[in-house]
Design a protein around this ligand. Structure first.
Ligand code: ATP
Ligand code: MG
Length: 262
């Protein structure tokens, strides 16, 4: 199962990616978590040691040049659009507590897709990871998903948009939905996060008619306190863990999953 998670800044994407990864891993699945957010912090959230020292793929200049034939930052008339990537996951992913992690780093932006070697490599890599890996792949993304590209989008089984119960987050959810439609990604579902009351839950349901809701995660001060105290947030809140488990079951009920490893 290939899951991409998007949403407005700060809504709780990384928290959900980390907890879902842990839930799948604890249930016996092989899990690859991908941090595709330019402000990567998934490694730290997953408790990887020395998280801040992991070099993102987009900054591996020699690798990019070796695979695309062009130095990053240089524009060249020709470079390999289909660079070899199949050995990269084994060589450059890290593993901690049964979860494999790859940090993609910053994609270059520009017009209708920037033809630079970093992007060529990252796109080929993400597409490879989504299309060929027989494991649960969970992608932590920023709100802009247009750079995913059609080939990659086709491989995503579910795009989860995380939404907080306020208008701007709902507007962003609609924008993400539109971007998803544009690249042919039709399996979109919503997770409500930081829900403090029944009216907040109802606000989301009535603001997003026709959408599939996978779950509603309560607001829990325990998570904020853990974050402030620089403690691991993964096991800070039992009620959040339990709701993410429900989301996991909802995902299993709708999609295809690879076989378990144990
Ligand atoms: N259900 C919740 N209850 C309380 N706090 C939460 C909840 N979900 C997330 N948070 C807190 O909100 C903050 C933002 O969460 P997180 O980093 O997961 O969001 P994000 O969408 O990945 O943000 P960014 O856009 O910066 O990557 C964190 O401090 C996190 O601990
Ligand atoms: Mg994040």
């Amino acid at each position: 199962m290939k899951i991409a998670i998007s949403g407005k800044g700060g809504v709780g994407k990384t928290m959900l990616v980390a907890l879902l990864s842990k839930t799948f891993a604890d249930s016996g699945y092989s899990v690859l978590a991908i941090d595709a957010d330019p402000d990567a912090n998934l490694a730290a959230t997953l408790g990887f040691p020395e998280a801040e020292n992991i070099t993102p793929i987009s900054e591996m200049k020699e690798l990019i040049e070796e695979r695309t034939g062009v130095q990053p930052g240089k524009t060249a008339p020709f470079f390999k659009l289909n660079p070899k990537v199949d050995d990269i996951p084994e060589k450059y992913s890290r593993e901690h507590d049964g979860i494999k992690l790859m940090i993609m780093g910053r994609m270059k932006r520009g017009g209708s897709g920037c033809y630079c070697p970093e992007n060529a490599l990252l796109q080929a890599l993400v597409t490879h990871l989504l299309l060929t890996r027989n494991e649960v792949v969970i992608l932590d993304m920023e709100a802009g998903i247009e750079h995913l590209g059609r080939a990659t989008a086709r491989a995503v089984d579910k795009l989860i948009v995380v939404v907080e119960p306020w208008r701007r987050a709902v507007e962003t959810a609609y924008r993400i939905y539109q971007l998803a439609q544009d690249i042919g990604l039709h399996n979109v579902a919503i997770v409500g996060n930081k829900i403090r009351s029944q009216p907040e839950k109802e606000f989301l349901i009535s603001s997003l008619p026709g959408f599939e809701f996978l779950g509603f995660i309560p607001y829990d001060q325990a998570l904020v306190n853990a974050d402030l105290a620089n403690l691991p947030i993964l096991d800070a809140s039992q009620q959040i863990i339990s709701e993410v488990r429900n989301i996991y079951h909802a995902l299993l009920a709708t999609g295809q999953t690879p076989s378990k490893i144990n």
